[in-house]
Design a protein around this ligand. Sequence first.
Ligand SMILES: N[C@@H](CCC(=O)N[C@@H](CS)C(=O)NCC(=O)O)C(=O)O
Length: 270
Amino acid sequence: MPLKPIVYHIPVCPFSQRIEILLQLKGHADAVEFRVVDITRPRDAKLLRKTRGTTALPVLETEDGRILKESLVILQYLDETVAGGLKRRADPFEHAVERMLIAKEGPFTAAGYTFVMNQDRAARRSHEEKLLKLFAQLDDFLREHSPGGEFLFAEFGLAEAVFTPIFMRFWFLDYYEGFELPAEPEFDRVRRWRAACLDHPAARQTSREEIVKLYYDYAFGAGNGSLLPGRTKSSFVFEPDFKTRPWPPAEKYGPPASDAALGLAAGSGA
Ligand SMILES: N[C@@H](CCC(=O)N[C@@H](CS)C(=O)NCC(=O)O)C(=O)O
């Protein structure tokens, strides 16, 4: 029986990064054993049996073999069971406020991912508008509950652990879609929040370079390690290491680059 919970994860997955951030905040980065799953390969049958057939990660296996799924659920479980003090707000009303903000992460995340994966240049503007509307809603929420600060409360907490990995993934929108928050006052509060989140030392598990390179195929509509036509390797592979690969072309509304041009071909980067 393992001595600590196991988290099956994909290292650069934002949903798993939430867990790493939380453990970092608690000062117990080693409270769980992280086991890497390479989603570009067929899923291990033993793990599939444990999850009863679902493939989404992260998945937590408790010390006695019980399974928890969904990053927000795992986050709360680890917040309550790992030493280092609760990172969620202790006050019930304040906790309710942070849960209201966290409830906005699903549509926000989905809007950014569908934007980057969109292949129809004519639909680009409507994806951008949808995302900006959600940014404006976050801005308004922060103005109501935390007008003068940086974070939702005094410190980087649960809501920040949830959103920071998403803000980081959205670097793929800067790169492949030229997306920027407009320099308008209606985005000032969320801009300040995002900057403080991205600057926090607990959120250093990945980098803009890694995200831009690994998510290249997402910009062509191929998510979760799936293969684009003419390619033998997904950009989501961990070998060759992203640091050895060139920065990908930023143009996404044309034919995708080859394995060789992305530094993925056998022997490249070695
Ligand atoms: N709502 C889930 C989303 C998890 C999710 O979509 N994970 C992706 C990786 S970033 C995944 O496992 N994709 C592979 C698959 O679904 O088979 C959560 O918050 O845990």
